[in-house]
Structure formats: structure tokens, C-alpha cells
Ligand binder design. Structure first.
Ligand code: FE
Ligand code: FE
Ligand code: ZN
Length: 276
């Protein structure tokens, strides 16, 4: 059985989001740890988190994915922005222990003209300062489209980051289908080739989760515009082949398509039917 869900709002708490996910046929989901533009996080309700943990166990939910705010940039050229990134990251990891053994996904960052080497070093340094042996959360680097000065749109850059991290068992990768396609990886005509390259450069054992999106923009466009499944340049058939692939089919898959709940339910069903 596929483990699939979508991005949902956590504003009503963990138990509510779990029930909402279940109601649309999901057995995983993604949520923002705080306002996607950053800012102060709401306190975690320990009782609500404990209820969710029990709900997830009873309903055989897969691991869930927390998403860091977009403003978190570990490789900014501004000291204050980097300090903010570190503060938010460390605080989020602490909060994630209320829902242990899940994933925390973040955009590696934008080097804003400092160059990817400098960017990668800043990202590695931040990870080495905040990852802890005791944490149960695995931190995921998201594959990016390469817009602006984004770091992490080439598998080599992600491999370099992982290479520099001391606590390697705390780090993995989340592959976003829209982003890799926009970055130039042809998952439509050469899925095996792309996943083989990922395996050689990063290692498939590091691939922990998927963002399943169609892309409004073409292959190699370096533009990040998500589309509904079948309404973009990747297409529904290629995305079905993607989720059915042996390297992908057992991972938690999260839709980040522009949809309401009914739209998400339909896309979840489309993918579940594809693997029957
Ligand atoms: Fe993202
Ligand atoms: Fe994504
Ligand atoms: Zn995106």
C-alpha cells in the first residue's frame, strides 16, 4: 500500500489534522511548523500531540513531514538572517520531539551571490551545530528547482552537504517532483536514469520522502510553479510511474498541489488506484 497524503494546516492541532488526513484517504501529511513566512511558533499542546501519536499508531500512519518556514535561510549573507534560521531550526527540532520519529524538511537555502561553495559550508556548519545524537527526527534536505541562487538543485550539492554532516543518520533527502523536473532531471522520459544518478551521487538509502507535484514550467526551466496532477508538464502518467517505482513506492508521499480537500482526495485516490 502506498503511503500518501497532502499538505494540510496544523492550526487546529495534531489530532485534528490526523483526522482530516484520514477523511481524505491519506495516511501521512505535511504541515508548516509555524507561519511559512517565519515568525513565532504556537506552543505545542503536549496532550494533543500524544493523542495524535496514539491515533497514528492505531491507524497505521506513515511518518509525517514537518516543513520549515520558507524564510529560513542558513546561507544568507546577513548574520541576523542566519541567526534567525538557526534559532527557528533548533526550536522546531525541540518541538518535533512531541511527535517523535518523523521528518523535518527544509529548503537548503539561497546563497544570495556568495556562491554555492560558501552556501554549502554555511548549511553544513549550521547542521553540525544543531543536530543532536538524542533527537528522533530525521532532517530532510529538499531537492530545489534552482531558481535564483538556490542551493540543492543538483544532486552533487546535496551530496556535498550530507558529506559534511557529522551525524549522518539524522539526515536524508525529500525529492520534490516539480523541483527536480524544473532543475533539469527528466523524470518523464528517463526516470530510471534520474534515480540511478541519485543513487550514485547521494545514495537511495538517503531518500526518505517525496513531494508529489506536477510542474507548470518545463524541464530545466528553474522555475518553481506547482500544478495539479495532470495539469502540468510532467503529466499524470509519469507521476503514476514515479510513485510505482521500487525506489519510491514505500516512502511517504506528500502532495503540494494547488487543491482543496476534495481535490487532494481525488489525487490520493488516483495514485492509490495506480498501484493496485
Ligand atoms: Fe518545500
Ligand atoms: Fe516541495
Ligand atoms: Zn515548490
Amino acid at each position: 500500500m502506498l503511503h500518501i497524503g497532502c499538505h494540510l494546516s496544523i492550526s487546529k492541532g495534531f489530532e485534528h489534522i490526523g483526522q482530516e488526513a484520514k477523511s481524505i484517504g491519506a495516511d501521512t501529511f505535511q504541515f508548516f511548523t509555524r507561519n511559512p513566512q517565519g515568525g513565532k511558533a504556537k506552543d505545542i499542546d503536549a496532550e494533543d500531540a500524544a493523542k495524535y501519536n496514539e491515533f497514528a499508531r492505531q491507524n497505521n500512519f506513515a511518518k509525517i513531514v514537518a516543513h520549515a518556514p520558507y524564510t529560513l535561510n542558513p546561507c544568507s549573507d546577513n548574520d541576523k538572517t542566519r541567526e534567525f534560521a538557526e534559532m527557528v531550526f533548533a526550536d522546531d527540532l525541540k518541538r518535533m520531539e512531541y511527535v517523535p520519529d518523523n521528518y523535518y524538511n527544509f529548503h537548503p537555502g539561497s546563497h544570495v551571490g556568495q556562491g554555492s561553495k560558501t552556501g554549502i559550508k554555511m548549511i553544513v556548519d549550521l547542521l553540525n551545530r544543531i543536530l543532536r545524537k538524542e533527537q528522533t527526527t530525521t532532517v530532510l534536505l529538499e531537492t530545489m528547482s534552482g531558481k535564483g541562487s538556490e542551493v540543492g538543485y543538483r544532486f552533487e550539492e546535496l551530496a556535498e552537504i550530507i558529506d559534511g554532516v557529522e551525524l549522518k543518520d539524522k539526515i536524508g533527502v525529500c525529492m520534490d517532483t516539480c523541483h527536480v523536473f524544473a532543475a533539469g532531471y527528466d523524470i518523464v522520459n528517463d526516470l530510471d536514469g534520474v534515480l540511478t544518478a541519485f543513487d550514485k551521487i547521494i545514495g537511495l538509502k538517503r531518500l526518505k520522502a517525496v513531494h508529489l507535484n506536477d510542474s507548470l514550467m518545463p524541464l530545466g526551466s528553474h522555475k518553481d510553479r506547482h500544478a495539479k496532477i495532470g495539469a502540468g508538464e510532467i503529466g499524470a502518467e509519469a507521476l503514476k510511474r514515479f510513485v510505482k517505482h521500487s525506489a519510491i513506492c514505500s516512502l511517504p508521499i506528500v502532495l503540494e498541489t494547488p487543491n482543496d480537500l476534495a481535490g487532494y482526495a481525488a489525487e490520493i485516490k488516483m495514485m492509490r488506484d495506480a498501484v493496485l
